[in-house]
Ligand binder design. Structure first.
Ligand SMILES: [Zn+2]
Length: 345
């Protein structure tokens, strides 16, 4: 999507456009901001801007070059068709590229940085004036991967530009942070989220309601506006919630339904993320109701208790997710988290 189609991030776009126009845009940018607010769209907008021949510096979004920047391959790794737009992401490439012993269950491996970035970087771009490397969830780079990238970030070949995307800048090595220029992406205003949903064909009243509850993230709003897509997740989220109340044997049954395979790890991480989103929405509903001069007396006390419980579940889900990142045993991490939660609420 070219710059002009990115909504609600005027400050970030202005910095980038101005830098490009003066030929002084930092060669390694760090896009920082919550999930679902346009960081990735802007990164691909920049990729169009530096490759497009019809509107250099801006990107038209429709010429054959832009089209290949914005279209992913239907075979093999799901990467842009344009050979000068390189994407780095945990689990994106198969063993035929990374080598058989590489495991990317928990992080972006040093092998990916070597094979996909470093081995190509000293060659000139295939077609465009510049090559652009986009790193999704840059905080997921292993220490080895980040260190392997450092020298190149510091002194990249003139024809290569880096864009690192992250919603958790605190988890990046400080050396990575200090070698990149941060560009901040704010949460979107509700009207902007609503406009984006409407453009995607969501029915107006549902678009409005989802935007109001999404807290500025199109990703959250999308999930809210399409409940059918998330049926399995909804059930998993409900089960995790039940495991924090109800009888103990039921709680243990639910938590032990997750095994310790990589697949279970990803499944549980997805469910925990969905639970956090769902609790965040619940909190926003309660706070909005309170701000509208909501309940009094016993009802207000009940709402306060619901806020406390939602906050506790949110914090527990976040904590267990973090231990999964550190490669903990899946059933144990979940069980101990949920037992602690039961004692605290
Ligand atoms: Zn174009």
């Amino acid at each position: 999507m070219p710059f002009r189609d990115v909504l609600g991030q005027d400050l970030a776009l202005e910095t980038i456009r101005r830098g490009l126009a003066r030929g002084r845009l930092h060669h390694a940018l760090l896009f920082v901001g919550p999930e679902g607010v346009g960081k990735e769209l802007t990164a691909f907008g920049l990729a169009c801007a530096v490759t497009c021949e019809r509107e250099p510096g801006e990107g038209c979004g429709t010429c054959p070059t832009c089209h290949r920047v914005l279209t992913v391959s239907s075979e093999g790794a799901r990467v842009p068709l344009h050979p000068d737009v390189v994407v780095v992401e945990r689990g994106l490439y198969g063993k035929e590229i990374l080598g058989r012993s590489t495991d990317e269950k928990t992080d972006i491996s040093v092998d990916q940085v070597r094979r996909v970035v470093l081995e190509k970087i000293n060659f000139a771009p295939h077609e465009a004036r510049e090559r652009i490397v986009i790193v999704r969830h840059a905080e997921e780079m292993s220490a080895g991967a980040a260190n392997a990238l450092l020298k190149t970030l510091e002194e990249p070949p003139g024809h290569t530009r880096f864009v690192l995307l992250t919603s958790r800048p605190g988890e990046l090595l400080s050396t990575i942070r200090s070698r990149t220029q941060p560009i901040r992406f704010a949460l979107l205003r509700d009207e902007v989220v609503e406009k984006i949903l409407l453009a995607r064909g969501v029915e107006p009243s549902l678009a409005r309601q989802s935007a109001e509850l999404a807290g500025g993230s199109v990703e959250v709003a999308d999930a809210l506006a399409d409940p059918s897509q998330s049926e399995e997740r909804t059930q998993a989220v409900e089960a995790l919630r039940r495991a924090s109340q109800g009888p103990l044997h039921e709680a243990l049954e639910i938590t032990s339904s997750y095994g310790n395979s990589g697949e279970d790890r990803r499944l549980l991480a997805g469910h925990l993320a969905a639970l956090q989103t769902s609790e965040a929405i619940e909190l926003r509903k309660l706070v909005l109701a309170g701000a509208r001069g909501g309940a009094e007396g016993a009802d207000a006390a009940r709402d306060d208790a619901r806020i406390d419980a939602a906050l506790a579940r949110f914090a527990t889900a976040r904590a267990v997710e973090a231990t999964l990142d550190r490669n903990a045993n899946v059933p144990l991490a979940l069980e101990s988290g949920w037992l602690k939660l039961r004692r605290s609420t």
